[in-house]
Design a protein around this ligand. Structure first.
Ligand SMILES: Cc1ncc(C[n+]2csc(CCOP(=O)(O)OP(=O)(O)O)c2C)c(N)n1
Length: 646
């Protein structure tokens, strides 16, 4: 549990706000005061929990304004990605638990339906909010019934998230349906890294224009309908009309009324605009709001990523409290190795979907900018783009987190696998990831990649193995190949001087024992070794093997293990339907079970595991060393005293 006793900011007015409805009675000036206190409270909370700081600080005023004007939870406020939701959580009856954010049994770092009625739609992957808001609007108009009632739907989406295809698919549909719907484009000129692409330049052009382009109504002379700041006489009206002619045409052509850009830190602009729109809008409206990521906290404003994600920190100095690492991170090892290969082979190129730092491609981008592509939050496009890079004779590494690769799955099937194109998938954050929780768990890629004909699927057991796998992937030109590795630091193993090429579909023996064989795929190997040590103290020496490949399987090794042991246990950091399922299929097809082999498969359980430390999450999953040991004792029929059977 985070320390609850650290200095708290002085928040007299915020202390009186128990729910969003309490904001209704406050003047604009008092709301500005609430915003200021809310900012301090957010900084204070994140300093003890760590987490997403910059995005929340950027929407403090917007959060206050939305809750002051709209009637949540009847009105559905939907935060895209929802990494900016901490101020929203503080205002919506969760302030007492805000210092448990992202911890075991604490508040989620994202919006979550099961957590609060004020979170009508959960998120964590980007660009879903407009689709969700449209769904709520249509449900409302069709008479859908929910306990809180169905009012307005408001999506708040960042400029980074707006670059994804889904956002445009939703706007296209919303413009066509013409339902009353509010989309707030929170434009802070940042994604995690600076945003890329033509949309970002388009938005920059919009705010280079005069402020306050107005709704169509303004053009028709209905200026008196507008709130006070819009009635500032002829010049303002002229500017508005002038702005209208150039501003927001992209959104208007999609069927939205466009309003903006307005200063998202100025409640005197936000409140009247939102009040007017709430009173008058009939169809879909896009409100373009300019904000600053990290606003109001100097260390965040000054940081390269504007305080996107932070460890716990000291509020006064902004210094983060990071535990020193003993081994290189898997991400760093991948990034470094790829740069080495790129130096020797000018066909190697790299694709990231808005995560240059997160995937370790930043160094590659610096050294070989013409061969490194940040496609924005656009995994589907990124995968197809990589497929065509391969078809065009390049050697693309498509580096994505397991959880975000899910977005590009049809493209993996249709554009890469069916065409047997040699795209190299570097799958980061494989397995359980900790504080980001279930939405970010990399649980499914073993299953969904091994399903595909012709796909080679590897998992690194440690950072040295990752070195070999990068080399193996670079050399593999026959078809697609994927290698997965977890979040965080490696095992601290000795690193090879030179990588060597792994034979496709061949595993390696780690230790030869008897009675039971433990066949590991990926980084559970460390826990398997620990379990084996504990077992040898009990007189059982298991055989240990590292499969390296889930596809193609090392049939010879697996059948040999099966033939020479009473029991075989597979273990992997993935859901059912992955490595173990393929092994079971092989054993069944070969009639091995007919001869009585005891087979067990340790996979992630069929539940979504809430956030906690990765160690805690693996304990919940039943996959730590003690639980592996218990599984062995269980399968061999050795009684375990005082221990629950795994
Ligand atoms: C599909 C998907 N890909 C990648 C991410 C990782 N990610 C989380 S926040 C973020 C940046 C979002 O930028 P923006 O929408 O502008 O919001 P800001 O953080 O600037 O407020 C990214 C890339 C994600 N959440 N979902």
């Amino acid at each position: 549990m985070p320390d609850q006793t650290t200095d708290r900011p002085n928040t007299p007015l915020l202390d009186q706000i128990n729910r969003p409805a309490d904001l209704k009675a406050l003047s604009n000036a008092q709301l500005a005061q609430v915003a200021s206190e809310l900012r301090s409270e957010t900084i204070s909370a994140v300093s003890v929990t760590g987490g997403h700081l910059g995005a929340g600080l950027g929407v403090v005023e917007l959060t206050v304004a939305l809750h002051a004007v709209f009637d949540t939870p009847r009105d559905k406020l939907i935060w895209d990605v929802s990494h900016q939701c901490y101020p929203h959580k503080i205002l919506t009856e969760r302030r007492d638990r805000i210092r448990t954010l992202r911890t075991k049994d604490g508040l989620s770092g994202f919006t979550k339906r099961s957590e609060s009625p004020y979170d009508p739609f959960g998120a964590a992957h980007s660009s879903t909010s407009i689709s969700a808001a449209l769904g709520f609007s249509v449900a409302r108009d069709l008479g859908g019934v929910v306990p809180e009632g169905n009012g307005d739907a408001i999506a708040v989406i960042g400029d980074g998230s707006m670059s994804a295809g889904m956002a445009f698919e939703a706007m296209n549909n919303a413009g066509h349906l013409g339902k009353r719907l509010f989309v707030i484009l929170n434009d802070n000129e940042m994604s995690i890294a600076p945003p890329v692409g033509a949309l970002s330049s388009y938005l920059s052009r919009l705010y280079a224009e005069e402020p306050f382009q107005e709704l169509k109504a303004a053009a028709k002379g209905a200026v008196s309908l507008l709130p006070e700041p819009f009635r500032e006489g002829a010049k303002r009206a002229k500017d508005m009309l002038k702005g209208m002619a150039v501003g927001g045409t992209l959104f208007e052509s999609l069927g939205f009324s466009y309003l903006g850009p307005i200063d998202g830190h100025d409640l005197d602009q936000l409140l009247p605009v939102l009040r007017t729109l709430k009173a008058r809008a009939t169809g879909p409206v896009l409100i373009h709001v300019l904000t600053k990521k990290g606003k109001g906290y100097a260390p965040a404003e000054a940081a390269r990523d504007k305080g996107h994600a932070t460890a716990k920190f000291d509020v006064v100095t902004g210094k983060q409290k990071k535990t020193p690492s003993n081994a290189p991170s898997y991400t760093g090892v991948f990034g470094d190795e790829l740069v080495k290969h790129a130096a020797k082979d000018d066909k190697i190129c790299a694709v990231t979907a808005a995560m240059p730092d997160g995937t370790g491609l930043n160094l590659f981008a610096e050294r070989y900018p013409s061969r490194c592509f940040d496609v924005g939050i656009a995994e589907q496009h990124g995968v197809t783009f990589a497929a065509a890079l391969a078809a065009g004779g390049m050697k693309p590494f498509c580096a994505m987190y397991s959880t975000f690769l899910q977005r590009g799955y049809d493209q993996v099937v249709h554009d890469v696998a069916i065409q047997r194109l040699p795209v190299r998938f570097a799958i980061d954050r494989a397995g359980l990831v900790g504080a980001d929780g279930a939405t970010h768990a990399g649980s499914y890629d073993i299953g969904f990649m091994t399903n595909l004909p012709g796909m080679v699927v590897m998992a690194a057991a440690d950072e040295a193995e990752l070195v070999h796998m990068v080399a193996t992937a670079a050399a593999h030109d026959d078809g697609p190949i994927a290698f997965r590795y977890p979040r965080g630091e490696g095992e601290g193993v000795e690193m090879p001087d030179e990588p060597h090429l792994l034979e496709i579909g061949k595993g390696r023996m780690i230790q030869t024992g008897s009675r039971v064989a433990l066949l590991s795929f990926g980084t559970r190997l460390g826990e398997v070794r620990k379990a084996a040590e504990a077992l040898s103290a009990k007189g059982i020496t298991p055989t240990i093997a590292d499969a390296r490949f889930a596809k193609p399987l090392d049939r010879e090794m697996i059948l040999d293990l099966a033939a020479n042991h009473e029991a075989l246990i597979t273990i992997e950091e993935g859901a059912v339907g992955g490595f173990g399922s393929h092994v079971a299929q092989l054993l069944a097809d070969e009639g091995v079970f007919d001869a009585g082999l005891k087979y067990r498969s340790m996979v992630l359980p069929d539940i979504f595991i809430d956030q906690a430390s990765p160690e805690d999450m693996y304990r919940v999953a039943g996959m730590d060393a003690a639980q592996i040991e218990a599984k062995v004792l269980d399968v061999l029929g050795v009684a375990t005293i005082g221990e629950k059977r795994a």
